[in-house]
Design a protein around this ligand. Structure first.
Ligand code: MG
Length: 253
């Protein structure tokens, strides 16, 4: 495992990339309403990223065909934008990456379309809050799995389960760098101490039902095994000598 420590100059670029990714997530979230297609949301995200002089990181990444991942209801992650029409009551997860001057910002969030059930609202709230519970430990001197544990305990205390097959990750010049950032405490493996200059994409994926997932025949879209709702929340976070700095924070999210 090779965890990169970013220099001040790299961190400045990560800040810029993060700001753009956050703006694109916001632009996408404002499009989430009944009657809109996921393709239209994808285009809004793309235009926001391009207008900032950045490029959509996910486009062609590992062959991914679109600019953002848009995952609806029981879709956990890696939903492919297309002609699906958002309906009243849907919950829509947007995962956005922006590359600026060679550095990546990665963030996600789940948004309600019109009026959603109280259960869906609560799932979105707990998923988001689990991220903030996690980053209480995103501090120099803590260990990586302190973050994992806090996310897991908070979400499970609300009766939800954490996806195990997909995890958060280091981020920087590459979308996926070491270390893996699980949303649960693994049985084995290395649990590194956190050091200032590490940049982590921390991204709880929380299922309303069981933890099981499967991949659809399109080879991308991950859905819950039991068909229950799933939500996602992610920011790129810088470890500092003090409080963590969220690089992909926007005013409203
Ligand atoms: Mg990510």
């Amino acid at each position: 495992m090779m965890i990169t420590i970013k220099s001040p100059r790299e961190i400045e670029r990560m800040r810029q990339a993060g700001k753009i990714a956050a703006a694109a997530r916001s632009a996408g979230s404002r499009m989430v309403r009944p009657g809109v297609t996921t393709e239209e949301i994808d285009q809004a995200i793309r235009e926001c990223i391009l207008s900032c002089g950045a490029s959509p990181t996910f486009l062609h990444y590992g062959g991914f065909p679109k600019n953002a991942c848009i995952s609806v209801n029981d879709e956990v992650i890696h939903g492919i934008p297309g002609n699906r029409v958002i309906r009243e009551g849907d919950i829509v997860s947007l995962d956005v990456g922006a590359t600026y001057k060679g550095y990546v910002g990665d963030c996600a969030g789940t948004f309600p379309a019109g009026e959603v059930t109280p259960e869906a609202k609560e799932l979105i709230r707990v998923t988001r809050q689990s991220f903030f519970e996690g980053i209480r430990y995103a501090r120099a001197g803590c260990r990586l799995w302190d973050i994992s544990r806090a996310i897991q305990e908070y979400a499970q205390a609300h009766g939800y389960s954490l996806v195990r097959e997909y995890v958060g990750h280091g981020v920087g010049e590459n979308l996926h760098e070491d270390p893996e950032v699980p949303n649960y405490v693994p049985e084995a493996g290395r649990n590194p101490r956190l050091i200032p200059g590490m940049t982590l994409a921390i991204e709880p994926m929380v299922n309303a039902g069981g933890p099981g997932v499967r991949v659809l025949s399109n080879q991308w879209t991950v859905v819950t095994l039991d068909g229950a709702l799933s939500a996602h929340y992610e920011n790129t976070v810088l470890i500092t000598n003090g409080d963590p700095e969220i690089l992909t924070i926007a005013d409203d999210l």
